[in-house]
Design a protein around this ligand. Structure first.
Ligand SMILES: Nc1nc2c(ncn2[C@@H]2O[C@H](COP(=O)(O)OP(=O)(O)OP(=O)(O)O)[C@@H](O)[C@H]2O)c(=O)[nH]1
Length: 390
């Protein structure tokens, strides 16, 4: 078997990173480019430049005293941003400053080592620093392990193992310059190059597939959750309601449903603008939550109409809860840029009945709500009682 020489491996890494840059240029990421993807694309561009410069140095096209320090400086910057992109993937946005500092320190350390010993110490520094940056990326991917997908866990483990292989090469130059038994220094160099190559591929596929996974999960979430208020939307609320509808057919503690609709909301949008209206909606949900137990559930049915499910709650208690929420909304104006926006809401309250379907249940709650609106708004009205409830 012929050994791949160092320049060929550097060329392979340059071409691989350039290919990834080209793929990312044509990748349709949707209307907004996720920050993690933007950071990762930047890291690939910088790394592609780094490996290309190193390859040109290896082939003698660019003088080595220029290509080596320049190439490695770019490489540390690139892997620092790649590690940062892994943190960004996990929603940690504060990586920029520490990673910039780490990249600058690495470049400085590398230059000092390069000036002291152009060959040995330089290899030690570059391998250890590269390994450390990949390890930081692996730790980022592993954080939140319990919630991470299988793919993310696999990538975290693979990146950690490969980072150690890269770092091991630096250590071996330092501790066992002649190698150890069959593990010659040349074999370690080749293993380290192979690890860098696999890291390029696995991180390449991994980042794009992780992005897809996340987009898929977010899409599935948005089918059930209202993005403005972050509570279940109509479908999500109906899903959560289903088991309680079934329980209502058995004797036991009752379950109550409250529907609420904000009064004269059109005026808010017209007078203060849509963003202020959105802020009021978020505030109303927050006010509701503060008045509810953990087992209660708020959902946004449509527009400015919300529903509240109150398990194990009878009609009198539900009326009290609705009244508390009504009073809280009426007494808590929302601060907008231009003014304090006063708001009121009307409420319809009912109990789930054994014979109910979602249609009859909501029809009854809605009738009660309309009665509250008809009686002057900013009030709570209960549905007409069934003969059993009466
Ligand atoms: N800002 C904002 N406005 C919304 C949203 N969804 C619905 N609306 C507005 O909310 C208003 C709802 O009006 P309606 O419920 O028909 O009537 P209203 O003005 O609230 O009056 P009453 O319900 O009769 O008391 C409409 O102007 C909608 O455009 C939203 O997500 N954000």
């Amino acid at each position: 078997m012929t050994n791949l020489d160092a320049t060929t491996m550097v060329l392979v890494l340059a071409l691989g990173n350039l290919a990834l840059c080209a793929v990312l240029t044509f990748y349709d990421h949707g209307p907004v480019r996720p920050p993690a993807l933007a950071a990762w694309a930047l890291s690939k561009q910088v790394q592609a430049g780094a490996w290309t410069l190193l390859a040109l140095g290896g082939f003698g096209v660019v003088p080595e005293p220029l290509a080596l320090p320049g190439g490695y400086a770019l490489l540390f910057a690139g892997v620092a941003v790649e590690a940062g992109a892994a943190w960004e993937t996990n929603g940690r946005e504060g990586w920029r400053r520490p990673m910039l500092l780490a990249a600058l320190l690495s470049i400085l350390t590398f230059f000092v080592c390069y000036l002291i010993d152009e060959q040995g110490l330089r290899s030690v520094a570059s391998s250890l620093l590269l390994g450390a940056f990949y390890l930081i990326g692996a730790i980022a991917l592993a954080s939140g392990w319990g919630k991470a997908s299988l793919l993310q866990r696999f990538l975290a483990l693979l990146t950690a193992v490969l980072a150690l292989v890269v770092a091991l090469r630096g250590l071996s130059v330092l501790v066992l310059p002649g190698g150890w038994r069959w593990l010659s220094s040349e074999l370690l160099r080749q293993l380290s190059s192979a690890a860098l190559y696999v890291l390029m591929l696995s991180n390449g596929f991994g980042m794009l597939l992780l992005g897809r996974e996340r987009a898929g999960r977010e899409l599935a979430r948005l089918e059930l959750v209202d993005p403005l208020t972050n509570v279940p939307n109509r479908r999500g609320f109906f899903n959560a309601l289903a088991p309680w509808m079934a329980l209502a057919r058995r004797p036991g503690l009752p379950t109550a449903l409250v529907v609420l609709d904000l009064d004269g909301f059109k005026r808010v949008n017209d007078s203060y603008g849509h963003p202020a209206g959105d802020a009021v909606l978020r505030n109303v949900v927050e006010l509701c939550r503060r008045q509810l137990r953990d087992s209660d559930l708020v959902g946004r049915l449509v527009g400015v109409e919300f529903a509240i499910l109150l398990p194990r709650t009878n009609l009198d208690e539900a009326l009290l809860v609705a009244e508390r929420i009504r009073a809280a909304i009426a007494s808590t104006p929302v601060k907008s840029e231009r003014a304090l926006i006063a708001m009121t809401a009307s409420f319809g309250v009912t109990i789930l009945r054994p014979e109910d379907s979602t249609v009859t249940l909501f029809q009854r709650a809605d009738d009660a709500l309309q009665a509250a609106k008809g009686a002057g708004r900013n009030r709570v009205s209960q549905a007409v009682a069934s003969p059993v409830e009466a």
